[in-house]
Design a protein around this ligand. Structure first.
Ligand code: AMP
Ligand code: MG
Length: 326
């Protein structure tokens, strides 16, 4: 069972767990977050595993200050003004990533943009001490409502995590508002803890809504499609195909593969999740026309891995169903 420690006495324990690639439930002003080091693929994979998320949708990366944010992303003037006005606070900005920022691709689901926010209180202090950003979706099992007290987190996730940091009931109690600046225009991607009118007043421009369903990543199957065709559950490998392997037994004809990456030699699904985006990109860059994927089990993180791979294999113009609330 998770230990529940008051925020005043939890800092060192939380740091040790995060340094070790584990997750920690933390209070923020919006809802409790399930936090992992955003630069550590195994730590980020743990987040999806603990939540039981059936999909790798992109997570919000949390920063300690504007300087950390600017090392991660490229700010246009309007986004910067909004950050200066509302941070720390329940506003998330979607921004282009700065190349080489060290963010693990599982945080952004392989996108070239990133969602950033600076939280108040314990979370902000923890990130400053760690010196690295934290990926943190709401600390609840996928499909359940967000937790706003440490007790609610412990009741839901207590058997799966080591530490819940208790900061009392969250003050906002709603997820952050997510906005994105596009060509000088401001779009509302998700309503949340800061009212749209407040943001409009600070920005001096109207927010556009609508079509957010398509804008949010993970909504289009083809979003994740590599240039190569993708063939799932491959039992035999044809000459010239690239092979995305899993485990220690190779598909027949694996020697034919033009390029090979193994998601996890030992069949560890957490390791496989952490490697998924980088390996797919490597194989795509090999120039092979087809990436053959060995069968991957559906238990644990296997469900999300298979979901992402089947999107990569889907016909390129097909829209996928919307993500569930989680
Ligand atoms: P949460 O579970 O609260 O961390 O929610 C993350 C939200 O941020 C989801 O609605 C995502 O679709 C959205 N999000 C994260 N990253 C991006 C991005 N790069 N572009 C657009 N939306 C994003
Ligand atoms: Mg949530």
């Amino acid at each position: 069972m998770a230990e529940i420690l008051a925020a005043g006495e939890a800092m060192e324990r939380a740091l040790a767990l995060l340094e070790g690639g584990d997750v920690v439930a933390i209070p923020t002003e919006t809802v409790y977050g399930l936090a992992g080091d955003a630069t550590n693929g195994v730590g980020v994979a743990r987040i999806f595993e603990v939540k039981g998320r059936p999909r790798f949708n992109p997570l919000i990366a949390h920063v300690a200050d504007l300087a950390m944010a600017e090392r991660i992303a490229l700010f246009d003037p309007l986004s910067k003004r909004l950050a200066q006005t509302f941070w720390p606070g329940p506003l998330t900005l979607v921004l282009p990533q700065r190349p080489g920022n060290g963010i693990h691709p599982l945080v952004t689901a392989g996108l070239d943009t990133i969602a950033l926010r600076m939280p108040k209180g314990f979370g902000g202090e923890l990130i400053a001490r760690l010196g690295r950003p934290l990926a943190a979706p709401s600390a609840n099992s996928s499909g359940r409502i967000s937790a706003t007290t440490a007790e609610a987190v412990a009741a839901d996730l207590g058997s799966k995590i080591r530490l819940v940091v208790d900061g009392g009931a969250t003050s906002v109690g709603l997820e952050s508002t997510i906005v994105k600046v596009e060509g000088g225009k401001l779009r509302l991607l998700r309503p949340g803890g800061i009212a749209a009118e407040e943001i409009e007043a600070a920005a001096g421009v109207k927010l556009s809504r609508g079509a957010a369903g398509i804008e949010a990543p993970g909504m289009l199957a083809s979003h994740y499609a590599p240039g190569a065709a993708v063939r799932l559950n491959a039992e035999t490998i044809a000459k010239g195909e690239a092979l995305l392997a899993f485990g220690d037994r190779r598909a027949e004809g694996w020697q034919n593969a033009a390029a090979l990456r193994n998601l996890s030699e030992t069949g560890d699904l957490r390791e496989a999740a952490a490697n998924l985006f980088a390996h797919m990109q490597d194989l795509d860059r090999s120039g092979a026309r087809t990436i053959a994927v060995e069968p991957i089990p559906f238990d644990g993180l296997g469900e999300a891995i298979n979901d992402r791979l089947s999107r990569a294999a889907a016909p390129r113009d097909q829209a996928a169903p919307r993500d569930k609330i989680d």
